[in-house]
Design a protein around this ligand. Sequence first.
Ligand SMILES: [Zn+2]
Length: 363
Amino acid sequence: MGLRYQRRRLLPVTSTGYTRKRDYILDKRRNIAYVYRMKNDIEPANKGESEFDADDLSLISLAQEYSDEDKARELLERLRWPNGAICPHCKNDGKTKPNSKLTPKAGSKSAVRKGVYFCGACRKQFTVTVKTVFEGSHIPISKWLMAWFIVCSSKKSVSAHQLHRMLKITYKAAWFMAHRIRFAFGGDTEKLTGTVEVDETFVGGKGEAKTNFSRHVPVVALIERGGKMHTRVVSNVSQMNLGKCLAECVDKSAIVNTDNHDAYKPALKEYKRHDVVNHSKLEYHRINPDGSIATTNSAESFFSLLKRGVYGSWHHVSREHLPKYANEFAFRWSNSRMTDGARMAVGIPMVEGKRLMYRKPAN
Ligand SMILES: [Zn+2]
């Protein structure tokens, strides 16, 4: 008996406007008129209009609602201090000794700079940009926010030339801005637990075989499976360097998966378990007797993404700045399961206490 093809019937429409199973209009086999409401049309019932939600942030909302410098500063304050202003000098959160916003007194001729707060504890003045990567920048905050959104949402990153064209700032400013954002993503010291995949790759090194060796730079990725990750740029893949990376980033209770590189073995004796995937015997994925999976495929995926950034967006990265480029990809990887706006809201508080300057200040 031959195969019988049954024509699929359209399912009945429910009260929410969807068919029971295939609820997306392009999944339908036949072209039908647009009679169903698409998912984005439906507003959640409990969403107040005035309530701020970082998920709603997009380039459009930044351009339409936050292009004004005062509103952009308010948004930056809201993202950096979700629970009220915190003094960068003494860390006063304003709960017992409130931080007040300075406003000019009635009849006073002296101007008060916008966005200046007065700390109730140490009595010093501060703004939202003090002791952050934004400090001392002449670029408007509205452009900074756009740059943050672009960097947080571009999966294969963005070049400084593209930022320079998109934001109408000089190339030099765009390059430095992008590096300050990348710098803010670094410095996370939380140790990884559970199952951690560790692998290394070489970035750069275009040229003759002799020069290639001196130019390519090893990058180590340490990824908690299903969680966050760290990267480290090392001078060479030695036992000492890998041991240092593991000690800095991975908790001793973790099960560590690596390839069959011998340099991992001594350092990993102190850890709960070391699962080796033998790449030289073409083993890339193994199911252990206890049901756990040994693989470094997440690390390979990360390297694939990082190299898309090098080949496709940056074209060249120097050894000196590579840690910052790797930080950027690690940040997006660690915060991948969220909207672009929410990722920006996670990234902006990381500016706390970080400044990147062309040279060290004299005093
Ligand atoms: Zn203070």
